[in-house]
Write a protein that binds this ligand. Sequence first.
Ligand code: ADP
Length: 320
Amino acid sequence: MSDKPEKFIDENGLRLDGRKLDQIRDIKIEVGVLARADGSCYLEFGKNMVIAAVYGPREVHPRHQQDSTRAIVRYKYNMASFSVEDRKRPGPDRRSTEVSKVSREALEDQVFTEYFPKSAIDIFVEVLQADAGTRTAALNAASVALADAGIPMRGLVSACAFGKVDDTLVLDLSKDEDNYGQADVPIAMTQDGKITLLQMDGHLTPEELKTGLVMAQEGCRQVYEVQRQALMDHYAKMQDANEDETEAPSVEEVITAEENEASEDVNTGTEEVEEVDEEVAGETVEEVPEIKENVPEEEDEETDKEIVEEPDTEEEDSHE
Ligand code: ADP
């Protein structure tokens, strides 16, 4: 783990990684990365790398979890043991259980669960590389994966944290800001600004909380734009692929084309034969017998013999 920096914000008002106070880290989203999942998403948020997979609506196991009025939403957040500098002990722990619970609650209300009674919608998020803000990165990926799975939703959920370092509010905390800062407030919200996740670690005045919420709202709006664009790009690509498939000839078209080709060959063949005939017809009478002589009669006889002899040999073999 790195040591606590002396200052988080330099004299130009820039943060340790060169960002402005209200600047989020770069986001990269790829939709539909897993062929087996109903919906999936790979997302990078700064140095965080997460992958989300959605399965469902599907049968509920164990059965006693089934709700006859709506679908249940399950969310499993997991940090890979190689996702942090010091190896993380594999498997669930208190932190991942807490993150899973609050993340499920952040998404659940956005899903039209009442459309799918007695079923389950399962969301799995794996953190491949952690660099502070993994729960927000995971939520952003999960939300896109849900949309990719075609789950009817009221809208996407977008998440982003704000916090306090050097007595100053900053948006989307980096690793050092998260570890050594004065406050960390992860937030998730819907497109219309409804907050679906709000946690707070550290101390803030009510005024700071209000200002921070406005900053986070703008951060979430920016995240939403990237999510939306990624989904649109993905479906534009899929549409192009479908159009290419539609343009491909149908079976009937292929068969008709082959038949046409075959009849053309036959016609061409006739022409060739006619041409040869004409040539032969043009040749002198002496030259024509030479062609006949090229087929030796003896060879024909030998071939006949072979054909006659073969079955005898086989019969002998079978007697043995
Ligand atoms: P979030 O990742 O949502 O910000 P936390 O504030 O709990 O959640 O964690 C901050 C960061 O601390 C994580 O992103 C990760 O880089 C690091 N971290 C969390 N848990 C562990 C762990 N078990 N081992 C090493 N680093 C961890």
